[in-house]
Design a protein around this ligand. Structure first.
Ligand code: SAH
Ligand code: SF4
Length: 392
């Protein structure tokens, strides 16, 4: 491994001043939108109707300017345009993989970048969205984990990722898209950059907006939030979001999990399983997805598979085996295919679904754990060069 000295230090954001100028309506919850409209002079007795109208324009029709809101009076539209904007993050680049996967590099306020990945499948289309720039956690097999956290994304930047993908897929009703679940973007996974439960409020508000029936209207069962195991936030996720839960499990002993997913030192396997046992009841959902990255000679033995089955006994579960996706400098290798299949077989015979996740978009570095913004990649390689030449 190359030394990873303090190379990302300069990425830490200097505390920002509150933004001046117009407020972005994207990302405001209904109560927040109501407050904003009142503050902008909307009469109290009209405000409920205005919230509904504007909400539908933004999230159902995909409109980005007030002038298109034809059921509002011209003078009122002008009044809104003075105070507000409707903005989603800017797409800096868009790559399409040989397998149809699309990866968007997206720029957010402050010049930071995050990645968003769209994965088309025969029966659905899944958008993998990010919740933070970088990640404070340092899972040793994850590319994002080598990037220092810059900041949490706002609710607007999170729901904005869904909106910009719909723009690109041509999926707003105006563009001729169907409203039912045959649509291209039918599922959301919070499995991009960042730990969603360390940005709970931003993620919750964004998902509430995405689930609102008068807008993007995604069912809570089509949203999966993946956490590395932030135990105190798990019950809150069930109660306040109610989406499906995936957990980055990855090991069957605390000794190994401490190394792979260091948050395990704070909340160990037993504590985590306790919270997971409660989740289906609290969220009234069926089963939890256990994600398990297959690392050669680290966590992929038959004994591991048997321990895994024993640990999760009694929890309605599906085990998603993820062949490790390599990235430059990664200290692990992917398990052999025959090993992955043998592991899957033990789990399957114990009565659990054990799909092996086919890596998607690897040619454009869009697969799980490969996400990292381009600026950061460039920075890293400069740092590596410096280290190699002894100047670092
Ligand atoms: N922070 C959250 C969500 C983002 S990671 C979490 O950790 O759950 C999404 C999934 O990709 C997690 O299960 C993560 O463990 C997995 N992952 C990370 N790096 C990977 C890699 N190099 N190869 C395969 N999967 C990886
Ligand atoms: Fe963060 Fe998830 Fe990567 Fe761990 S696996 S470093 S929690 S993004």
């Amino acid at each position: 491994m190359t030394a990873t000295a303090p190379i990302t230090q300069d990425l830490v954001t200097i505390p920002r001043k509150l933004p001046e100028g117009p407020v972005n309506l994207v990302g405001l919850t209904r109560p927040q939108l109501r407050e904003a409209l009142l503050a902008a002079g909307t009469p109290e007795k009209q405000v409920k109707m205005r919230v509904n109208q504007i909400w539908q324009w933004i999230y159902q029709w995909g409109v980005r300017d007030f002038d298109s809101m034809t059921n509002l009076a011209k003078a009122y539209r002008a009044q809104l345009a003075e105070r507000f904007v409707i903005e989603v993050p800017e797409v800096v680049s868009r790559q399409v993989s040989a397998d149809g996967t699309r990866k968007y590099l997206v720029k957010i306020a402050g010049g930071h970048e995050v990645e968003v990945v769209y994965i088309p499948e025969t029966d659905r289309g899944t958008l993998c969205i990010s919740s933070q720039v970088g990640c404070t956690l340092t899972c040793s097999f994850c590319h994002t984990g080598t990037q220092k956290l810059v900041r949490n994304l706002t609710a607007g930047e999170i729901v904005g990722q869904i909106m910009l993908a719909r723009d690109d897929l041509g999926e707003w009703p105006e563009q001729g898209a169907p409203k039912d679940e045959t649509r291209l973007l039918s599922n959301i996974v919070l499995m991009g950059m960042g730990e969603p439960l360390y940005n709970f409020e931003g993620v919750r508000d964004a998902m509430k907006i995405a689930m609102d029936p008068e807008g993007i209207s995604l069912s809570r069962r089509r949203i999966t939030l993946s956490t590395s195991g932030v135990v105190p936030e798990i019950a809150k996720t069930a109660e306040e979001i109610g989406c499906l839960l995936a957990v980055s499990f990855h090991a069957t002993t605390d000794e190994v999990r401490d190394k792979l997913v260091p948050i395990n030192k704070r909340w160990n396997i037993e504590t985590l399983l306790g919270a997971l046992r409660e989740y289906p009841r609290l969220s009234n959902s069926e089963r939890i997805t256990f994600e398990y990255v297959m690392l050669k000679d680290v966590n992929d033995s038959d004994a591991d598979a048997r321990r895994l089955v024993k640990l999760i006994q009694g929890i309605p579960a599906k085990i998603n085996l993820i062949p490790f996706n390599e990235w430059p400098g990664a200290p692990y290798q992917r398990s052999d295919w025959s090993r992955i299949e043998a592991f899957a077989d033990i789990i399957y015979k114990a009565g659990y679904a054990s799909p092996i996740r086919t890596p998607r978009g690897e040619d454009i570095m869009a697969a799980c754990g490969q996400l990292k913004s381009a600026t950061e990649r460039a920075r890293k390689s400069r740092a590596q060069i410096a280290a190699e030449t002894g100047l670092g």
